[in-house]
Design a protein around this ligand. Structure first.
Ligand code: C2E
Ligand code: CA
Ligand code: CA
Ligand code: CA
Length: 277
């Protein structure tokens, strides 16, 4: 029996080593990976509930490692938030999104707004917007086609700083959404102080799937009503069941983003969904 346990341990630690990059691995490889273009934006479409059309997308980074294949963001974003490298990754995603929007405009295609995530690591830098503006200057794309997704954890309960960031982004013409609203980290208070454009309802609201009861739906409906009252767009995240989509439509939520419509997909697949051929 003790032998069996020994083998089990060896087995699991080998699996871990194959699938997870150690912090040392990431530290060693991250700069080269950035230069080689291994940080690739995938796109998860947002579906308008009123007519089923695609109303935009969120850009979500993947690390396409030549040895390990596709590494999901949960395996490296938290570490890069700690060592500050996420700033480079966010800028790289922003640049891919600007280039994509510019190519659509050049081809005479009708663009949809794309959102990008902004980590709180940026705020440790003075003039954190300057590198964004340098990238922006290279592509003739209206700023209003870009939306920054920010979480309240960005500033840990400091509404003045949060407000300052939103005001700066608005002054440059960008749109702003409050990400993960209703997760453990957000509070109603921020809605009173901060002039955001869109509220993204956290996927925790929808985790019960079709088993959710009237009580859960009463909460969702109240949040959507509150957002409407404040003139905010609403996006429901992490929706997996068609029944949930139908109920969201019935309570006039604007858009959904979830596996029920599409997973995050590579750019070519997203363009196929948007434009056909
Ligand atoms: P997030 O910003 O809340 O992004 C939404 C996450 O929910 C994505 O995970 C998406 O694939 C997932 N999701 C969407 N619909 C469903 C669904 O129906 N069911 C389930 N179970 N999940 C769904 P992803 O792509 O793995 O990203 C995880 C997190 O990593 C993101 O959460 C965000 O916090 C972070 N992240 C991703 N890309 C970037 C980036 O470019 N910059 C920064 N700073 N963070 C990023
Ligand atoms: Ca997000
Ligand atoms: Ca989110
Ligand atoms: Ca999140």
């Amino acid at each position: 029996a003790s032998n069996a346990r020994h083998f089990t341990c060896v087995f699991y630690s080998d699996v871990d080593r194959q699938n997870l990059l150690s912090e040392q691995d990431m530290e060693n490889r991250m700069h080269g990976a950035l230069e080689r273009g291994e940080f690739v934006a995938y796109f998860q479409p947002k579906q308008r509930l009123a007519d089923g059309s695609i109303g935009g997308a969120e850009a979500l980074v993947r690390w396409i490692d030549p040895v390990r294949g596709l590494v999901p963001p949960d395996d490296f974003v938290p570490y890069f938030e700690r060592n500050g490298f996420i700033i480079n990754v966010d800028l790289c995603v922003f640049e891919q999104v600007r280039a994509l929007l510019a190519s659509w405009i050049e081809q005479g295609r009708q663009p949809v707004p794309i959102s990008v995530n902004m980590s709180r690591a940026h705020l440790r830098e003075q003039d954190f917007l300057t590198p964004y503006e340098q990238i922006r200057a290279r592509y003739g794309v209206p700023a209003s086609l870009i939306e920054f997704e920010l979480t309240e954890t960005l500033v840990f309960g400091d509404p003045e700083t949060f407000m300052g960031v939103i005001n700066l982004l608005h002054a440059r013409g960008y749109r702003c959404s409050l990400d993960d609203f209703g997760s453990g980290y957000s509070s109603l208070n921020v809605l009173k102080d901060v002039d955001i454009d869109t509220m993204k309802l956290d996927r925790a609201f929808f985790s019960a799937g079709d088993d959710a009861g009237q009580r859960e739906w009463d909460v969702v409906e109240s949040v959507v009503d509150l957002a409407k009252k404040l003139d905010l767009g609403t996006v429901a995240e992490g929706v997996e069941e068609p029944g949930q989509a139908a109920r969201l439509r019935a309570i006039n939520c604007d858009m959904l983003q979830g596996y029920v419509f599409s997973r995050p997909v590579p750019v070519a697949e997203f363009e196929q969904m948007l434009f056909g051929a």
